[in-house]
Design a protein around this ligand. Structure first.
Ligand code: PLP
Length: 416
């Protein structure tokens, strides 16, 4: 895994050069496009600091990255400079972070993880309809009960059924026997095609589904499936903290991956990243998008080129080495909280490569949860509360939390 760290000067130069290759709404004859630069009453085009601010300059220039730019063929020519930056970003994510062979993946910067997950399900549903002549009721989406709600949302939108299997209550490990029972039952009911999601960290627990167990079972049952990895949360941390990860394109069973820039990478909202092996995007080509040069393959349509380039900028501010160091520092801090919880005999779940700790609800008073804004698994009936070790979580706040938790537990023991 390697991409370079660039100086701010070099990043600035790359972005302004890309912008200069886009057509400029101010200086070119652009009559037919229903878009423009940002409103100048609010976004001053002549603010002197803009020369030093590549992201703000891109935001104001307002390139629209509609379509998918990793595909061969025609593209919207107006924004070709910043489209190239997006293509390089997709290459870095697919090849350097997720181990794909050169030029073997397509992808785009989506509105978020939800869109990227739905895009995957949409592609695979159409793939089974077209390539296998499947009937919609013969296709199901398979995921664990800890999976993000974007999968039931996808099933609802695409009129597919869901196969939801259980996880172990304490270890949050997938229960493969439950998955097997459910798959066998659905086969008997006539389901023949399976869109399988594997979590590279669940939202609530940071648990990582055992991909080998899942693919071994799918092969044992001789199922026709496509496999997606939802790495919306874990995608910018796990590959950097666990060099033995099997959740990537080196694994021939993985067809697509979702990653979110707007979580660990601290990029603006609107930076979900969708990656997929080549020859699959075409199953969602919207032929009716005839006014878009190169057609549209995405769920969202118009999307921000500035956001795509911003993720590229963040990655190059750190370089792969710097990012690995940053993620491992977060993990060290997470592990120090786990040690303190161990000393207090507090039960929790933590995957050693992910910066989430989910503490059992019985140890946390509602007041403490409110004070430190711990997020529950369920606001109506909380059984777990999570801490997510983000860069803004400083040691002082952690110490404060741990002290107050320790005091509460002491009082509880004295009272009982
Ligand atoms: C594992 C996982 N998948 C998907 C999503 C959805 O991401 P977004 O909110 O960017 O649509 C999230 C968000 O928390 C997530 O944690």
């Amino acid at each position: 895994m390697y991409w370079p760290k660039l100086s701010t000067q070099k990043i600035k130069h790359a972005i302004f050069e890309a912008l200069s290759k886009n057509l400029n709404y101010r200086s070119e004859n652009i009559l037919g496009i229903p878009a423009s630069f940002l409103d100048t009453d609010i976004f001053y085009e002549d603010a002197p600091f803009l020369k030093e601010a590549p992201f703000l300059s891109m935001l104001i220039a307002n390139p629209n990255h509609i379509g998918c730019h990793t595909l061969d063929g025609e593209k919207e020519p107006i924004f070709k400079g910043t489209q190239e930056i997006e293509k390089d970003l997709i290459r870095i994510c697919a090849e350097e972070i997720f181990g794909a062979e050169p030029n073997s993946c397509d992808g785009y910067v989506a509105s978020g993880g939800t869109e990227a997950n739905i895009e995957a399900c949409w592609i695979y549903r159409n793939y089974f309809l077209k390539e296998r002549h499947a009937k919609p009721h013969e296709i199901a989406i398979v995921y664990s009960e800890d999976t993000h709600y974007s999968f039931p949302k996808a099933a609802n939108l695409l009129s597919l059924s869901s196969i939801i299997y259980k996880v172990d209550e304490d270890k949050r490990e997938i229960l493969i026997s439950d998955l097997e029972t459910k798959l066998v039952a659905q086969l008997a009911l006539g389901v023949k095609y399976f869109i399988v999601n594997v979590n590279l960290s669940t939202t609530m627990f940071g648990s990582v589904d055992n991909i080998e167990k899942i693919t071994n079972l799918l092969h044992l049952l001789k199922l026709d499936y496509k496999l997606h990895v939802d790495a919306a949360f874990g995608g910018f941390i796990y590959p950097f903290t666990n060099s033995d990860s099997k959740h990537n394109f080196k694994n021939p069973h993985v067809s697509s991956v979702t990653i979110d820039g707007h979580k660990m990478l601290q990029s603006p909202y609107g930076t979900g990243i969708f990656l997929i092996r080549k020859e699959l995007m075409q199953f969602v080509c919207t032929e009716e998008a005839s006014y878009v040069q190169g057609k549209d393959y995405t769920l969202c349509g118009s999307r921000s080129g500035a956001n795509a380039a911003c993720v590229w900028m963040i990655l190059h501010m750190h370089g792969s080495v710097g990012w690995t160091v940053k993620m491992n520092q977060l993990l060290d801090r997470t592990q120090s909280v786990c040690s303190a919880l161990n000393d207090m005999n507090v039960e929790y779940f933590h995957n050693p490569f992910v910066n989430i700790i989910a503490i059992k609800g019985q140890y946390i008073s509602p007041a403490l949860a409110r004070k430190f804004m711990l997020v529950p698994d369920n606001h109506d009936d909380p059984r777990w509360y999570k801490i997510v070790m983000m860069p803004h979580v400083k040691q002082g706040i952690l110490d404060n939390f741990l002290n107050q938790l320790s005091n509460e537990l002491l009082y509880k023991r004295i009272e009982s």
